[in-house]
Write a protein that binds this ligand. Structure first.
Ligand SMILES: Cc1cc2nc3c(=O)[nH]c(=O)nc-3n(C[C@H](O)[C@H](O)[C@H](O)COP(=O)(O)O)c2cc1C
Length: 143
C-alpha cells in the first residue's frame, strides 16, 4: 500500500508549549508506534511544523484528531501526497526546538514548493520529509 505524508504548520499555545510538547511526544510514542506512523515535530516557541508519514487512512485520521487539539490553532496544510520512502523511519515522532521565528519562513517556503508540485510522488532526496530531515540533522549537529 502507498505511503503518504502530511505536512502542516500551526500556532502553538505559547504559555505552555514546553509542557504541551512533552505530553504530545508521550502520546505519539504509543499511538504512532501502534499505527506505524513516523515523523518530525519542530517548534520554535511560536509555531509548530509537523510531518506525519504512514498509511494514508491512518495519517488522515490522526491529522483530523490533531486538527481539533486545543494546544494549537490556525492550522495550515502545507502539503499532502504520496511518498516513495519514509524520511523518519527510525522515529515515532522526532522532535527539535528551533530558533524563534525560523518556522514562519520555512512554512512559507514549503507552501510555495507544494504549489509548484503537480501531485507527483517524490523520492528520497526530493521530498518534503527529506528537506525537513536535513534541517533536523543540522540542528542536532549544532547542539
Ligand atoms: C502539534 C501537535 C502534534 C501532535 N502530534 C501527535 C502525533 O504525532 N501522534 C499522536 O498520537 N498525537 C499527536 N498529538 C496529540 C493529539 O492531538 C491527541 O491529543 C492524541 O492523539 C490523543 O491520544 P492520547 O489520548 O493517547 O493521548 C499532537 C498534538 C499537537 C498539538
Amino acid at each position: 500500500m502507498a505511503l503518504f505524508e502530511i505536512i502542516y504548520t500551526s500556532l502553538a499555545r505559547e504559555s505552555t508549549h514546553v509542557e504541551d510538547v512533552a505530553n504530545i511526544l508521550a502520546s505519539s510514542e504509543t499511538n504512532n508506534r501502534a499505527l506505524a506512523i513516523t515523523g518530525l515535530l519542530l517548534c520554535d516557541g511560536d509555531r509548530y511544523i509537523q510531518i506525519l508519514e504512514g498509511e494514508q487512512k491512518d495519517i488522515e485520521l490522526l491529522f483530523d484528531t490533531i486538527s481539533q487539539d486545543i494546544r494549537h490553532d490556525n492550522l495550515e496544510l502545507l502539503h499532502k501526497g504520496e511518498i516513495l520512502d519514509r524520511s523518519f523511519e527510525n522515529w515515532r515522532m522526532a522532535y527539535e526546538t528551533m530558533p524563534k521565528g525560523l518556522l514562519a519562513d520555512l512554512a512559507e517556503t514549503m507552501g510555495v514548493f507544494s504549489l509548484e508540485l503537480d501531485g507527483e510522488p517524490l523520492g528520497r532526496g526530493e521530498s518534503f520529509g527529506a528537506k525537513l530531515n536535513g534541517l533536523f540533522m543540522d540542528a542536532i549537529a549544532a547542539e
